[in-house]
Design a protein. Structure first.
Length: 255
């Protein structure tokens, strides 16, 4: 058993996110740079009508690459992430005075504290239990002030299914990164296994698993928790969302 079949045999139910975002994560996603985040943060700021009077919570901020740009517009920014390694990188990027918080996004430790919440790079839908993902939506609503705005950057499920690359290999310096992808239709999730090789040595194996949502499904989930989606965009230029759109970008308000 090799390739995709071998990777499908691996369990996807474990809490993969607990150990996926360590030091090698930045190697795997080295192309996701601060510079690459600039147009994404600018678009989010634009559709949120972000000003210096606003406070922003960047949920799942990682190494702070979007927060770096949002902080140049908003009056106050806070980044929340579970990964100690990525938060350490964020502090190095943003400075020791940066407001960075380590927390589980199912238990956001803020209430009625922000004008805006942002969530980039398909970091909603990590949890195998849909109730856990719903808890994230509920936490976003609690963190927002009444009438607050939110922006969620998610995958377009139809586009993922149509264009999924089952296997790929790429290199970064002395490392080779082998990726295997598949759709678990029963669980409505896109799965990915990554093997990081250095020469003939296996350095690390990672797993990622994200829930695929249809637009109406995600809108309904948010609505049940007091988050009303006002617009859905299909890309970072503001094109209307369609089944071939590269992204599903949701903008909305807290009810």
């Amino acid at each position: 058993m090799t390739g995709e079949n071998e990777e499908r045999a691996e369990t996807a139910d474990r809490a993969w996110f607990e150990d996926a975002f360590g030091e090698l994560y930045s190697l795997i996603y080295a192309h996701r740079t601060v510079e690459a985040a600039a147009p994404e943060a600018a678009f989010a700021a634009h559709v949120l009508n972000l000003t210096s009077a606003d406070s922003v919570l960047d949920l799942c901020c990682g190494g702070g690459r979007h927060l770096f740009h949002l902080g140049r517009i908003a009056g106050m920014t806070v980044g929340l992430d579970y990964s100690r390694a990525l938060l350490s990188q964020g502090r190095a990027l943003l400075g020791q005075s940066a407001r960075l918080v380590r927390a589980d996004m199912r238990a956001i430790p803020f209430a009625n504290g922000f004008d805006c919440v942002t969530n980039f790079f398909t970091s909603f839908g990590y949890f195998a239990d849909d109730a856990d993902n719903a808890a994230v939506a509920a936490g976003i609503r609690v963190a927002l002030r009444p009438g607050g705005r939110f922006f969620v950057d998610h995958a377009n499920a139809k586009r993922v299914r149509a264009t999924l690359e089952v296997e790929s290999v790429r290199t970064h310096g002395e490392y080779e990164i082998r990726e295997f992808r598949w759709i678990d239709e029963a669980r409505r999730r896109v799965e990915k296994r990554m093997k990081v090789m250095r020469g003939d040595s296996l350095e690390r194996t990672f797993h990622e698993s994200v829930r695929l949502y249809e637009p109406a499904e995600l809108q309904a989930l948010f609505s049940r928790h007091g988050l009303y989606v006002t617009e859905i965009y299909g890309d970072w230029t503001g094109e209307d969302f369609g089944e071939h759109s590269p992204r599903m970008l949701l903008r909305g308000v807290a009810q």
